[in-house]
Every structure is written in C-alpha cells, then in structure tokens.
Design a protein around this ligand. Structure first.
Ligand SMILES: C[S@@+](CC[C@H](N)C(=O)[O-])C[C@H]1O[C@@H](n2cnc3c(N)ncnc32)[C@H](O)[C@@H]1O
Length: 248
C-alpha cells in the first residue's frame, strides 16, 4: 500500500520533479539518516570510490565532476585529490553542501543544475562520479551518455549505487531490513512518508550489477568493471572512455 502510494506519487508528476521535491523535504535530515542507517559505512564506500579513481585524480591539473552531489560528501572527498565540481538540482541539498564545502575549505565548486543536461562542454573532466544518484535520474541510460560526453578520452567514470546482495541468506535478511524496517525508521526521523519507501522501491527497479555493466558497455564505455560492497548491498562500477585511435 505504502509502496503503491510512493510509486503513484512519482507517476503523476515527472520523476525528476518528484525526486527534487522529495530530497528538498528530507534535506535537513539526509546526512544524519545516511550515516545512522548505514552505521557510517556510507562514508567508507565513498572513500573507496575515490581510491578507485586514484590513477586519474593524480594527473597534474585533474578535474573531476561529481553528479547528483547532494550535500557534497563525495565532492569533498574527491577534492582532497583534484579540482572538483559538483552538480545537483535540489536547492536545499546543495545549500547544505555549500556550507560543508566552506567549513572544510575544500576545493569544490557547486552548481545547481540537471545531471542530464549539464552546462559543461564535451570532454571537460578527467573523471566523473555519481553516488546514489543514477537510480534517481529520469533515465539511467541518458545519465550515462551525459557522463561519457563529459569525460576526456582516457578518463574514468565511477558509479556508486545500491545493488543486489550476492549471498542468498544475507539477501533475505537484508531484504527484510531494507523493505520493512528502514522505511519506518526513515519516515519517523525524516518526517517524509514517501522518501524511505521510495528508496527500496527504486533500488528494486534499478539494474543489478551485471545489467548495469551491460548498459555501460552498450552506451559506449570501455573497460567496464565493478566490485561489490558489503556482499553486494552496493557496488561501484568503473569504466573508461576510449582514446581515439591515432591515424598512421
Ligand atoms: C541519494 S542523494 C545522493 C547525494 C550524494 N551523492 C551522496 O552520496 O550522498 C541523490 C541526489 O541526486 C539528486 N538528483 C536526482 N536527480 C537529479 C538530476 N536529474 N540532476 C541533478 N541532481 C539530481 C538529488 O537532488 C539528490 O541530492
């Protein structure tokens, strides 16, 4: 019932508008809930993503774009290594991010905008990341195409997203927690009836590890790989943009 309400709500208006409104509602509690519900594991996952991009972030003058940056946790981690830009279309999330960037004196520029239509020219960045954002886009494929456009040839993309637990017994236990327990806690703390029902629903609708890797290959990325985090609760997908072959 709650699930039908959540998806019904998202169907009546465009997914983007519903997602933006939902994150605006939960923004003040977003960081707290993220860290509390994951027992701080989410921070480790973002750091792991940054380490996976090390080879490109270490390039002299490297520039990285963090799409759907929200309150800028990943952007701030990335900025230890490279000049970082963050894009998000939810003003209240971004406002919290601006404060965190300022407090941490990080080298991050935050921009309010749509991840599917960014204002940057082709091949502007050495790396593009997206953490828990791809699932929320109107189109996963269009999001990946935009990322491919933005990366320089030889650059890398990293996608951190919830995925499908790979150990059957754990999958059942986790399914119970994620579908039954988490939405209740999320509703109590965030005050939003739909946001933490939308979370498991949107993860269910999102491609699993292999399917996402296949879509990334289809849209034109090369060297697509992924690794699981916490037995597949989440996964990081990595891929490269081919360098054009030199003419003889
Ligand atoms: C679950 S939060 C993730 C935030 C952050 N990346 C993190 O790791 O905590 C998803 C974010 O994606 C943003 N978002 C969703 N669709 C977007 C779009 N089309 N353009 C820009 N931001 C978008 C939302 O506003 C929200 O801040």
């Amino acid at each position: 019932m709650a699930s039908e309400q959540a998806s019904g709500h998202l169907n009546q208006i465009s997914k983007s508008d519903a997602v933006r409104t939902m994150f605006a509602q939960i923004a003040p509690r977003y960081d707290f809930l993220n860290h509390a519900l994951s027992l701080n594991v989410d921070r480790r996952w973002r750091r792991r993503l940054v380490r996976s991009l090390a080879t490109v972030l270490e390039r002299p003058g490297a520039r990285v774009l963090d799409l759907c940056c929200g309150t800028a946790d990943l952007s701030i981690e990335l900025a230890h290594n490279a000049e970082t830009w963050g894009v998000d279309f939810c003003h209240p999330m971004l406002k919290l991010g601006v404060r965190k960037v300022r407090d941490s004196r990080s080298n991050v520029v935050l921009i309010e905008g749509d991840a599917l239509k960014t204002p940057f020219p082709d091949a502007s960045f050495d790396a593009v990341s997206i953490a828990f954002g791809l699932r929320n886009l109107e189109s996963v494929r269009e999001g990946l195409i935009e990322m491919l456009r933005l990366i320089k040839p030889g650059g890398k993309v990293a996608v951190l997203e919830f995925s499908k637990p790979i150990v059957p017994v754990f999958r059942n236990f986790y399914g119970w927690y994620f579908n039954r327990v988490l939405p209740g806690i999320g509703r109590l703390i965030s005050g939003s009836k739909t946001a933490y029902r939308y979370l498991p629903d949107s993860v269910k609708a999102f491609p699993d590890q292999e399917a996402l890797a296949a879509i990334m290959t289809e849209v034109g990325f090369s060297e697509v790989t992924y690794y699981n985090l916490f037995y597949g609760v989440a996964a990081v997908h990595l891929a490269e943009k081919r360098t054009p072959e030199r003419r003889r």
